[in-house]
Design a protein around this ligand. Structure first.
Ligand code: PMP
Length: 287
């Protein structure tokens, strides 16, 4: 496939960066994954806003406007269309602080950032069918990541370790909870639960990523007049919920049917999930 590196398009296997890049040495960077279906982006401007906030928090000036990134995204979609025939493409965007000849924690403010982007095949989105959709089986674990999880940092070791924990047991994800037994998110997704007819998702704060799919899901719930609320969600509530869903760029809204070996509700994708995904699918390209 074709990648973008610092202004050039080239085969991804030929892209080279310095080992002194602070992205490599410190995980000092910000990234995004923009989902695209059949050449159309989902949530592009929301992804740009979140990336801008992350770069501002890290004091990195990428020198790229949203229009500049859109050009990169469209070039990568065009140049990679034949390599990814399914048409479900994730565009990965990455800005790291750049190369410094010293290895020193404090960053100079005048480095040239490294700009990298590439296209990869996304998993097929979930089938909007209660009988056909693949239900996810998940583990539960105490959230051991850092206290700035709202920043989409390329330092993903905590997320990697949490994901690996479920993957090694043949499960699909790990849902995380804080010291107060409140659900934060999953290692690469946000979490929703249906409790007494109301859809609940943890409120945004430093403990979770403000997912773009989460945001579009909330819009979809609003559009479809489905009662919903952002508030703390306890582990006890999660285990007793009628439905649990995970949201992310690749999973869209996917139903969780098993938590720690116990069925969620009746162990099948639920009716509120079906309504929510139906509404999501009608607004996703315009959200
Ligand atoms: N939380 C974490 C920790 C993530 O890495 C992601 C992205 N995979 C999400 C939530 C979901 O965010 P989005 O909907 O923007 O993909």
């Amino acid at each position: 496939t074709i990648a973008y590196l610092n202004g050039d398009y080239l085969p991804v296997t030929e892209a080279r960066i310095s080992p002194l890049d602070r992205g490599f040495l410190f995980g000092d960077g910000i990234y995004e994954v923009i989902p695209c279906h059949q050449g159309k982006t989902i949530g592009f401007s929301a992804h740009m806003d979140r990336m801008g906030e992350g770069l501002e928090a890290l004091e990195i000036a990428s020198g790229m406007s949203a229009e500049d990134w859109l050009e990169v995204v469209n070039q990568l979609l065009q140049q990679n269309a034949t390599f990814i025939p399914s048409g479900y493409i994730g565009i990965y965007l990455h800005v790291s602080r750049g190369t410094d000849t010293r290895r020193f924690h404090a960053y100079p403010k005048d480095l040239s950032p490294t700009l990298f982007a590439f296209a990869f095949e996304l998993a097929n989105p979930p089938k909007c069918d209660r009988d056909e959709v693949k239900g996810l089986r998940v583990a539960l674990a105490q959230d051991r990541r850092w206290q700035r999880c709202n920043i989409k940092s390329t330092s993903l070791l905590g997320n990697v370790m949490h994901y690996q924990h479920s993957y090694q047991s043949g499960l699909d994800e790990t849902i995380l909870f804080n010291a107060g037994e409140e659900v934060t998110e999953a290692s690469s997704c946000n979490v929703f639960a249906v409790i007494n007819g109301e859809v609940v998702t943890p409120s945004l704060d430093h403990q979770l990523l403000p997912g773009i799919t989460r945001k579009i899901t909330l819009q979809a719930l609003q559009t479809a007049n489905i009662p919903h609320r952002e508030r703390p969600l306890t582990v006890t509530e999660l285990k007793q919920a009628d439905e649990v869903w995970l949201t992310s760029a690749s999973k869209e809204i996917s139903p969780v049917t098993e938590i720690q070996g116990q069925p969620v509700g009746n162990g099948k994708a639920g009716p509120v999930w079906y309504e929510a995904l139906t509404a999501f699918n009608t607004i996703k390209f315009s959200a």
